[in-house]
Design a protein around this ligand. Sequence first.
Ligand code: GLU
Length: 481
Amino acid sequence: MSQEIRVRFAPSPTGLLHLGGARTALYNYLFAKKSNGKFLLRIEDTDRTRYVEGSVENLVDSLNELGIEYDEGPFREGESKPYFQSERLDIYHKHVQELIANDKAYYCFCSKEELDQMREKQQQNNETTKYNGKCKNLSEEEVKNRLGQESGGNGYVVRMKMPSDKIFYFEDLVRGSVQIASDQIEDQVILKADGFPTYHLAAVIDDHYMKISHVLRGEEWLYSTPKHIFLYESLGWTPPIWVHLPLLLNTDRSKLSKRHGDFSVSNYLQMGYLKEAIINFVALLGWHSADDRELYTLDELISEFSLERLTKSGAIFDITKLDWMNGHYIRNLPLEYIAELCKPYFTKESMDTSDETKYLKVINRARDQITKLPEIIEHARMFYEEMPISEENMEIVRQEGSQLVLKWFVEALNEVDRANTKEKVSDLVNTCSKELNIKGKNLFFPLRIALYGDCHGPDIPMLVDIFGIRECVEKINKFLV
Ligand code: GLU
């Protein structure tokens, strides 16, 4: 039987979930779904100095809002919270001891000052900055003595004992065959002075125990992979399949980073991007289908996604594409759904949306004109508020012909019942034109100004349809002199 596909998203709770993180989560999710596997969420919270309060909640909420569901992980109803690394310290400590006993790791007692000096000297000599191995060959006796002197175990770290002359070869599903010489890799700290493991150790141990079959993560971890392979080999375990996802780049091909703005999922949702657009957009940051199709729902992505079509070159983050997708989804998703998403913006502006029929008609029209949800207000305000009329437009309305049109129309409207309004109103406009022998802008401008506040805008039947007869009658009456 082939091995079950098990993948994980393993964010560190150091801030808000950004779009790059969402992409990693999405690819893991898609791959798991597509292969009937499992998708795990693991919180890598072993760096206590970088821990940001509230970020776990933001990570979990953002994934939920995007609809990226995990099969195992924290905060699921009725489940314990199995995957916080900070709750698994005993497992890491056990394996640290094993590595030391097997001469794959060693205690290091160098002080911060010593390490700083070491780095400075290497920099001056234009050498690669890395730990120089000072504590690598301390005698057992010396180690014992030094450990005895340490109070509470705070004065040392444990480092992996990287062989000096090994070349690590590994296959990456995106990068192909990779080779990295061990002399480029330092003796990485695996256990810190505060008793917490570093990412490298904890991730390897967890990936092993959680039976992770494929590690999909950002390309920035490619050069750490030999460290991980070394740990797998030293612990007698089989490494997973490596899949390093391409970097995200700005349109000028510089690396996308927090310095360039707030790329958090919560910020994009708040700006009025739909989850459907965000998912679709991040899905294409490093993956494309054979026919280069651009629009996908989450379900379509699940059936189309494949690791073979991940790209190697950096993925350009082009906001204009996201805007285009967002506009597409706003126009094409079910009207009721979009209307519901727009409601909070109306509430904020104290616009009364309780007439559901009118509200849906307003949204149906206004959604064609926007890119992001909050813009809906500027295309809907005229249906809820009295718009200021310019002096020029007032003059048009006061003209004799205009008054004739308005009077004729308001009387006719009073006789139309609510059903079938659009067609009937269209007939009315024609009859009015014929009876009064007034046409073109002389006919439309006064009506549109009275109903809409401006001479340009939607056609008259549409306006009557949205406002309803009663409101149109009230509006027109206000302009009769
Ligand atoms: N905690 C690491 C990060 O936040 C995870 C890297 C990995 O997936 O191995 O980037």
